[in-house]
Design a protein around this ligand. Sequence first.
Ligand SMILES: *Cc1c(COP(=O)(O)O)cnc(C)c1O
Length: 373
Amino acid sequence: MIRQMIGELNPTPRILMGPGPSNVHYRVLRAMSTPLVGHLDPQFLSFMDEICNMLRDLFQTKNRLTIPISGTGSAGMETAFVNFLVPGDTVIIGVNGLFGERMSDVAGRCGAEVIRVEEEWGRIIEPERMIQAIKGNPKAKICAVVHAETSTGAQQPLDEIGSFCKPREILFLVDAVTSLAGCGVKVDDWGIDICYSGTQKCLSVPPGLSPITISQKGMDHLHLRKKKIQSWYLDLTMIERYWGEERFYHHTAPVSMLYGLREGLRMIFEEGLEARFRRHRTLGDRLKMELEKLGFRLFAQEGYRLPMLNSVYLPQGMEDLPVRRRLLNQYSIEVGGGLGQVKGKIWRVGLMGETCQIQNIEYLIETLKEILA
Ligand SMILES: *Cc1c(COP(=O)(O)O)cnc(C)c1O
């Protein structure tokens, strides 16, 4: 049988104003299409070092083990738990949205006993509640929270929890998938021991890599553990030998993805961290204001609203799916719907990395005016 030829891939470009992936600059795409070299080629080894150095600056840390994990943000999450937990360990997890929920699932699969500190979706978890939970469970090995809860748009304060964990045995684990490169993530200052992110949100690089950083306290835990890490692929004790001096082969590095990350990071530092955070803050405020004028109501707790992920209740009488479908099909704008318990009730409008531009806000607002009229 002769199979009918399928046409060359040619997707209609979209404005990606959802919860990720975000738009990617052509410089990143161009870097990804440059010639492959071997993953042990000396040229590539210097690219790796450059990437790690830029990631350290981005995480605001001196941690030696600061590398991209091969896989999306969830691979970073899995790495963060599977390397530190053995069955029977206790973990305290803040759950105020889908990603706290996912962390509980991951930790539970590692055989840990999960103590959940729950809060209503859209609200932060009062740091004092996490601290009380640690005091009540002195044997707990990890205390984990999500910095930017992408399912709700709430920004979790971290420094108080970090200061409490710092002089203690317990490891402070933070999900910074949506926050990294969109607002400050001060790993060293805030006493974070394990922190992971993803490339497809504010870094504006396609999905596929998950930057992670581990403190010295975390490394000590890792090297002292007696039982082999359950996951072969995500075993940091083996992966660190490839990214470190030894260049020991573990798995083939995703070369083109790393080219893309290198270029994305270069662009972040060309702009400057402070300027980049300011852009997200200013335009995040602007979008919220414009949406409120159209009758949307802000969903996340006041004072703790994320700049890069704007969660809003729909105006009275507006339908979720038909409007989002029209935005996409007619205007090529993607916005995110609600997940889980807020499905159909809220939208999540992303302003991440490259997407975070005044033209995109103006285009979305004009389009919504037209649709609502
Ligand atoms: C997107 C996201 C993840 C998961 O990342 P994937 O790239 O989808 O695997 C984890 N945590 C948070 C907070 C996220 O926003």
